[in-house]
Structures are given as structure tokens and as C-alpha cells.
Write a protein that binds this ligand. Structure first.
Ligand SMILES: *[C@@H]1O[C@H](CO)[C@@H](O)[C@H](O)[C@H]1NC(C)=O
Ligand SMILES: *[C@@H]1O[C@H](CO)[C@@H](O)[C@H](O)[C@H]1NC(C)=O
Ligand SMILES: *[C@@H]1O[C@H](CO)[C@@H](O)[C@H](O)[C@H]1NC(C)=O
Length: 841
């Protein structure tokens, strides 16, 4: 029976759009997601394209799903191309002009569960040893007292050492005195996004939240485990919300509601996952995700653009606007030297990344490190694992482990927090969790002191979650102000990376005025998007040193990663700089530590500082990401045709200030970017001038930008001093927008990119593989000053070389002589531009 008829029969009014959930038939049908102008009726688009309109894509406004019978060609791409061709010749208007983005759906790569562990490396033979340590009488007495006081009769409660550990005293989540206060997860809801949830288990059924549950693999309402190994989700669910009864044990938040969202048991598309990640997001408060790209030490993968949009949509609109809480397992690939910064889910600023410690408080061999890891909590290792519910009416499991078991435990603790503080935002939760985490195992783990007065370890994050401390702090937690951000310009480097320990260091100076203009008071997350060309990716590592001399290992070398490429617009994330002002010199160090025949070039990078706003009233919401967010340094050049003239620009030598003093233009809203997704519009507005910008800031080419006034303000919104340090001789630093040369420069750029988009980075548009970008970039001959962008992000003003205003002006004048090219606004011009750059290349 088709789902929509089921829905029709039982009339489930809570589903915003039941048509989102029509069963897909990937064997017989093709599916397209189109982002439409809000005035364009999807039914008419469907009619014109000969497709069936399947409804809105989950909670993503103006995104719609269409279907037709399966065929080789991308019929939408073909039709849009034809429409643009006709528009060039005949003009006029057409319903298809309202299509801002189109993507034919492909089955996406399988996400792997983070429960099953790879074998431990040599010398790590699982210590079965002294499990016979004798328990503490005092803790046993406490266990009995707690059970009596709370009427816990669950038969394996005494085995659940992660809740109260009588053997390794103190190595548990310290939750019993939280329960004693009546804080047990009441009125909080956690969704387990996984391979199903056994809602008929006697240990789960009373807490099962049907309205928040759905099976995206079999297109039915109940996310029942159906395959033999569909046990992972149920085990995770038990950790959170196993009912206090006479079956197995208890969940850490045993009164919470638990939903199941089944996505891991069959292959799905980005569209399905985007819907799943927003499913019932006004009611499901926390999404616990114990999966991700393979932890094989080779993968470097991030969610596609639709999933990225869904996650941003969730933090902006989910939970009544407070933001969905995403919890991700850090990954089990540590033995493969995998690192959670190579995973675009765990390194998203929108997810809380949770790693594992074992029952002795030690780092288990599998738990991945990275600068995006926020905290750790208990899981398998040192001879034991997590004891929880299993699939079956009355089945328990004592071997649940990996970081898969850590993430739901954290999610359950966050449910306890939401019982008493349902008003906390997604960012409040991150503050609360990190500020109350306890450093563990101080002798190992390379702990460093952070500016906030906390300790951070890439192995343990800010430490282990202590439920009691978290709840105590939650009681009086003062909500933080809204988010603000500052984006540096793209910083062009284009230097060979010396092999050995030294590395190539490049610095960027952030001035108080920049952050003031960005309305940014103090830092939370820091992201770095970068391009490195290399013939063996695993040889690379990257460190970031903040103005306060706090160190983030953004990436680490990986022995198994033989990919013959570097990083292509990949975004790394760090939570290590939390609480810093951000003002001062940021230095990035790219290393190629393996002295061998594989070498590379550091091409460019881009620093983004995220944090708390100065003035809440001036805060804005981040626009939806597009696949062009981090390659628009290319578009800048193509839009203004400056690059053609800049080959004549004299290289800037070491230690040179490229920027003028920005103090004469206060209060420019650097992050007041337009909220539209102009990047994927075919016809960006070409407003000739911006109001409110001091005219002295407007170079002569200004009107040639295809940007809205707001965008222009933003483009001009930052200025910087760049200083570069390097061991190599003759370093040139260029503030530049680089043209990304495409295999087929004549193709429409919007759709040229679509083929690549499944590999987009979550918070920066990082592309895996970089088949097109990296190598070509390495060979580029020109570096250039360039500025302006017709689209929403990353614009910035480059205020000339010290004493080089003349030169800059000449540059811009040249660009006028070259003609004014606005990509997307007129395709003929775009092609001219492309041609020009092809010849430059
Ligand atoms: C655990 O909770 C108790 C309150 O029950 C508290 O006094 C203690 O500081 C917490 N932390 C540890 C590590 O025991
Ligand atoms: C339950 O949670 C909702 C949403 O978070 C909140 O509005 C409501 O006040 C809560 N109810 C109770 C009894 O705490
Ligand atoms: C590796 O080194 C060679 C010789 O210096 C150079 O031509 C090549 O561009 C380098 N490769 C990369 C990816 O930087």
C-alpha cells in the first residue's frame, strides 16, 4: 500500500506535507529536486518539464521533488539549457526562469554505522584481564539505594556501569543525583537516525514517539528493524530511553520520548536524507547520529548540498527556532589514523561531535581525534562495553560499543538538559556541554589550556560529560546572544610545500574593526576552507595557531590515504578557539611530513570565525549554503574580468601590508549578506549602486558587479592586513579570486557543477576528490587582485597595497575597459568571460 493512501486513511495531520513521503521507486523512476522562485508554481514547472510534482522536499521551503520514468538523460538539465539558449536569442519570460537550482537525484554513498569496530591494531589486543577488580562497597550501596529510591527494577541496571560504575569509581556519567531530582528526560524527545528502532520492545514501547518516526528505507511509518543486522538503532535507543521497568536496563533519560528515523538499511538519495534530517523537527529535539562516511582512514566525504541546507534549516527553524540538536559519533577509525575532520558531518558547526572513553576512562583505540570534537563519553574498551536494549520483546545486549554508543549516551544527557531548559538554543547547548565537561586522563591526550580557561585535547575534546555538572550549570545558564560571523578574504598562497617537519606557514591578521563590523564579539567555531594540490593526500597535515597561541590540528597525516590529490575547497572545523576574541594574527601551517616522491602546493585558504554577536538586534540568519559558496573566488574573477589584467600586477613581497586601515568605515555589516540564494539564480539582480557606502570606497568598476546593494556592502565589508611567513624564498601573496577552470567552460556554470555536488562539504562546500579543481589550480599561472561577487558570500574588499592605491585603481579601470561581465546575468557575456580565462590559462 502506498504511503500517501495510508496517510489519507488515517489522516495524520501532523505531517506538514504528506507528499514529501511518497514512496520512491528508484528502479523505475528518476527524481529531481528543484529550488524554485517562491512565485513559481511547481505544478506549472512539472507541466512544462513533463514531470510529476511529488511535493515539497521535507521542510525546505521552495524546494520540490519531481519524478518521471527512469532514463539516462537529465531531462531537467537539458530543458533548462535549451531555455537559456532560447532566452539568449528571443528573450521573453518562461516558467523555467523560476528554477534556481536543479539536481537529479542519485543514490548516495552508504553511510556506515559506527558500532562495529575494526580490529584493534597490533599490540592493542583487547585487555580481557583484570575484570575481577572488586567493586567498591560504597558505590554498590549507592546503587542499591538509588534503585530503591527510584524503584528501578530493571534486571541489568547493576551491569550498566556507564550510569553508575561500582568498579572503576567515578568512571560513569554521574547521573544518579540528577535522577534523584526528578530529572529523567520528561518532555524531551530524541530521534535515533539509524537502521530502525524496535518500537515493540517492552523496553522501548512506552517511550516510543510514533509521530517523530519514519522509515525512509521501506517508506512506511514504522521504522521497524527488518534486516538481520538492523540492531544498531535499537541499541542506541535503549541507551537514551529504555523504560524503567522490569526489562533490561534503563536509559540515561528513561522518561524521554524516543523516535526512530530509519535511513541506514538501504541506499537513499540526498533528497531522502535531507527530509530525514528535518523529520518532525518541531517535536524531535535531538537527532542522534551514530554513522557517517567510512572510517577507513581514506575517505574524505561530506554531505551534499541538500543535506547541508536541511541541517542549516534545522538550526534556524527546528524546535521552534531554537535549533535542532544534532549529535554525531566522532568515528571509529582512529586505528586507521582517521580523523573526524575528514567527515563533513562531524566537522559541521551544527553538530556536537562526541568521541568515546572506556570504563577505565582511557582513550579506546578506535575513537577518532580531531579539532571538531567537543566532548567524549563512555563506550566500549578495557574489556567491557555498553549494556543496553536489543531488538526483540525482551532482549538485552552487553556488547554495544564504538563511538556509536557514545553519541546516544550524550544525546540522552542532552535530553535531561532539555527537560529543565527547553529554551536553550543549539549553540547554548554547545556552550553548556563544553563548559561543564571534565578533563580526563591528563597524562596523555596533549591537553592545552584555552583562552576560556578550559582544557582541550584533540583526543578527548573538552573532556567527558558529567551529567550532574551539566544539569547544575543548565539550571542557571544564561542564553547566549545570536550568532555572527566574519569571513576573511580568500588568501592566495600558491607555494610549494616543503617536505619535512617545517611546513609552510601563512598568516592573516584580524583587526578589531573587522570583527566590530561583523558584529562579532567572541569566538565559538572556527572554520578554514582550503585548497591544496598534492599527489598523496595522506602526507598532508594542517595546524592553525590563533592569536592567543592556541593550537588546532585541523588535519593529520593518514598512512592509508593514498588519494592522488590534496584538499579541494575542503572545510576543516575547530572548537578549540572557543572564547577567544579572534583579534590578532592567525597562522596556518601546512606540512608534508613524509619526505618522499609525493609533493604538493598550498593554493589558498579562507578563514571563517563564528561566534556570538555584539548586538543581537543586528544579527542576521546565515543564507542557505550553495554549491558555490567556496568556489566563488573563481566567480569573482569571472564576473569582473579583472584577472585578465592582473597578470601585470607586481607581486607583493613578504611582510607587506596589503590593506588600508579599515577604521574609517565603522559599522559595516560584514555579515549582513542577502538572504536569498542568488548564487543559484539564473538572473541575479544587477543593481548599479549601493546606498550607504562611502563613495570613497567605490572603485570605478563598482557598477559592474551583479550584486544587490546589500551584497555590495558585504563585499566591501572587510579589510585585512596580510602577513606571510615562509621558509621558502620569494613568496608572493595575493588577495585573489581564482577562476575555477572547468572542463567545459562553455557549459552553463550552474549545471556544470551539479554533477559534482554529492561531494559537497557540509559547512563550506568542500568537494571530495577534487577531480576538476585541484590539479588545474596547481598549474595556474596567474594570481590576481580581484574583488566583487554577484553572489551571496565571501565577498570582501581589498583595499590596495600599502601605497598601492594607484595601482589598484588602474587595475579596476582596466577592468572597465575589458568590459563588464556579470556571470549568470547574461550568458553570452559569461561565455566571453570563460573564453578569456581559457586563454589566460
Ligand atoms: C558527580 O555528582 C556529584 C553529586 O551527586 C557531585 O558532587 C560531583 O562533583 C560530581 N562529579 C564527580 C566527578 O563525581
Ligand atoms: C514541554 O516542552 C515544551 C517544548 O519544549 C514546552 O513548551 C513545555 O512547556 C514543556 N512542558 C512541561 C510540562 O515542561
Ligand atoms: C611537485 O614538484 C614538481 C617539481 O618541483 C612540480 O613541478 C610539481 O608542480 C609539484 N606538484 C605539486 C602537486 O605541487
Amino acid at each position: 500500500m502506498r504511503l500517501h493512501s495510508v496517510l489519507g486513511l488515517i489522516g495524520l495531520g501532523y505531517l506538514a506535507s504528506a507528499s514529501n513521503l511518497r514512496a520512491r521507486d528508484y528502479d523505475a523512476q528518476d527524481y529531481y529536486v528543484l529550488h524554485l522562485d517562491s512565485t513559481t508554481p511547481p505544478s506549472q514547472v512539472a507541466l512544462q518539464l513533463g514531470l510529476a510534482h511529488e511535493g515539497q522536499l521535507g521542510e525546505l521551503e521552495d524546494h520540490h521533488i519531481f519524478s518521471c520514468h527512469k532514463q539516462e538523460v537529465d531531462v531537467v538539465h537539458t530543458a533548462l539549457k535549451e531555455r537559456r539558449r532560447r532566452k539568449r536569442s528571443f528573450g521573453g519570460s518562461d516558467i523555467l526562469d523560476g528554477v534556481k537550482f536543479a539536481q537529479k537525484q542519485k543514490i548516495k554513498a552508504r553511510m556506515e554505522k559506527r558500532g562495529p569496530l575494526p580490529p584493534p591494531p597490533e599490540g592493542y589486543a583487547a585487555p580481557v584481564e583484570e575484570r575481577q577488580e572488586s567493586p567498591s562497597e560504597a558505590v554498590l550501596a549507592k546503587q542499591a539505594a538509588v534503585a530503591a529510591a527510584l524503584d528501578i527494577q530493571d534486571p541489568i541496571f547493576h551491569e550498566q556501569w556507564h550510569l553508575l560504575n561500582p568498579v572503576q569509581v567515578g568512571h560513569d556519567v554521574n547521573v544518579t543525583d540528577v535522577w534523584m531530582q526528578g530529572i529523567t528526560g520528561h518532555n524531551a524527545t530524541v530521534a535515533i537516525v539509524d537502521d530502525g528502532l524496535d518500537m515493540y520492545s517492552d523496553d522501548l514501547k512506552d517511550n516510543y514517539y510514533a509521530e517523530g518516526s519514519y522509515d525512509f528505507n521501506d517508506n512506511v511509518l514504522e521504522p521497524k528493524p527488518r534486516l538481520a543486522d538492523d540492531r544498531h538503532g535499537t541499541r542506541c535507543a535503549g541507551e537514551v530511553s529504555a523504560v524503567k521497568n522490569n526489562v533490561c536496563g534503563v536509559g540515561v533519560a528513561w522518561d524521554s520520548k524516543i523516535a526512530g528515523i530509519r535511513i541506514l538499511s538501504k541506499l537513499i538519495t540526498d533528497a531522502d536524507e535531507a527530509v530525514a534530517m528535518n523529520y518532525a523537527y518541531q517535536h524531535n529535539q535531538i537527532y542522534s547520529c551514530s554513522w557517517g562516511p567510512p572510517d577507513d582512514g581514506r575517505s574524505m566525504d561530506a554531505p551534499g548540498i541538500l543535506i547541508k541546507r536541511a541541517m542549516l534549516n534545522a538550526v534556524q527553524n527546528g524546535r521552534g527556532g531554537l535549533g535542532s540538536i544534532y549529535v554525531f559519533a566522532s568515528g571509529n577509525g582512529a586505528a586507521n589514523e582517521d580523523n573526524c575532520n575528514f567527515d563533513g558531518y562531524t566537522n559541521s558547526i551544527y553538530s556536537i561531535t562526541v568521541g568515546a572513553i572506556d570504563r577505565k576512562g582511557l582513550h579506546p583505540y578506535y575513537s577518532e581525534k580531531c579539532s571538531a570534537q567537543l566532548v567524549v563519553t563512555y563506550s566500549s574498551g578495557s574489556g567491557d562495553a555498553i549494556h543496553t536494549t536489543d531488538v526483540g520483546t525482551n532482549a538485552c545486549y552487553n556488547g554495544h560499543g564504538g563511538t556509536s554508543a557514545a553519541a546516544p549516551l550524550a544525546a540522552g544527557i542532552f535530553a535531561l538538559v532539555l527537560q529543565i531548559r527547553p529554551d536553550l538554543t543549539w549553540r547554548d547547548m554547545q556552550y553548556l556541554v563544553m563548559q561543564t565537561a571534565l578533563p580526563v586522563d591528563l597524562d596523555t591526550g596533549d591537553w592545552q589550556d584555552t583562552t576560556m580557561g578550559l582544557k582541550y585535547s584533540h583526543t578527548f575534546g573538552y573532556g567527558k560529560i558529567d551529567s550532574w555538572a551539566t544539569i547544575e550549570a543548565a539550571k542557571t545558564f544564561k542564553n547566549v546572544k545570536p550568532q555572527a560571523w566574519y569571513y576573511s578574504p580568500w588568501i592566495h598562497v600558491n607555494q610549494a610545500i616543503p617536505q619535512g617537519l617545517e611546513g609552510l606557514a601563512v598568516s592573516f591578521e584580524v583587526y578589531p574593526e573587522m570583527l566590530k563590523a561583523a558584529n562579532l564579539e567572541r569566538l565559538e567555531h572556527v572554520t578554514v576552507t582550503m585548497n591544496v594540490a598534492h599527489t598523496r593526500r595522506g602526507d598532508l597535515s594542517v595546524d592553525l595557531v590563533s592569536p592567543d597561541k592556541v593550537l588546532s590540528h585541523l588535519s593529520a597525516s593518514r598512512k592509508l590515504d593514498n588519494a592522488p590529490e590534496g584538499y579541494d575547497d575542503w572545510t576543516f572545523m575547530s572548537v578549540v578557539h572557543w572564547g577567544e576574541s579572534g583579534i590578532g594574527t592567525w597562522t596556518i601551517v601546512v606540512k608534508d611530513t613524509n619526505v618522499n616522491e609525493f609533493n604538493g602546493t598550498f593554493i589558498d585558504w579562507h578563514l571563517k570565525l563564528w561566534g556570538e554577536a555584539i548586538d543581537p538586534a543586528a544579527a542576521t540568519l546565515l543564507p542557505m549554503p550553495s554549491e558555490h559558496d567556496d568556489d566563488n573566488h573563481d566567480q569573482i574573477i569571472s564576473t569582473t574580468s579583472i584577472a585578465g589584467t592582473t597578470t601585470t600586477l607586481a607581486p607583493v613581497s613578504t611582510q607587506t601590508s596589503l590593506m588600508a586601515n579599515p577604521t574609517d568605515h565603522p559599522d559595516r555589516p560584514v555579515n549582513a549578506k542577502p538572504t536569498g540564494t542568488t548564487e543559484d539564480e539564473n538572473t541575479p539582480t544587477n543593481t548599479p549602486a549601493a546606498t550607504g557606502i562611502p563613495s570613497s570606497w567605490l572603485p570605478s568598476f563598482f557598477p559592474t558587479f551583479g550584486a544587490s546593494p546589500k551584497t555590495q556592502i558585504w563585499i566591501y565589508g572587510s579589510a585585512a592586513l596580510i602577513v606571510i611567513f615562509c621558509s621558502a624564498v620569494g613568496i608572493y601573496l595575493f588577495m585573489a579570486r581564482r577562476k575555477r577552470l572547468r572542463n567545459n567552460p562553455r557549459d552553463e556554470w550552474e549545471f556544470d557543477l551539479l554533477e559534482e555536488d554529492e561531494a559537497e562539504g557540509l559547512n563550506g562546500g568542500g568537494k571530495v576528490g577534487g577531480k576538476k579543481g585541484g590539479k588545474r589550480r596547481a598549474g595556474e599561472l596567474y594570481d590576481a587582485f580581484a574583488a566583487g561577487s554577484e553572489d551571496e558570500s565571501d565577498g570582501e574588499y581589498v583595499d590596495g597595497v600599502e601605497g598601492g592605491d594607484e595601482q589598484e585603481k588602474r587595475l579596476y579601470e582596466d577592468s572597465d575597459d575589458e568590459g563588464r561581465h556579470v556571470i549568470g546575468e547574461d550568458e553570452d557575456e559569461e561565455e566571453v568571460v570563460n573564453e578569456k580565462f581559457s586563454s589566460v590559462e
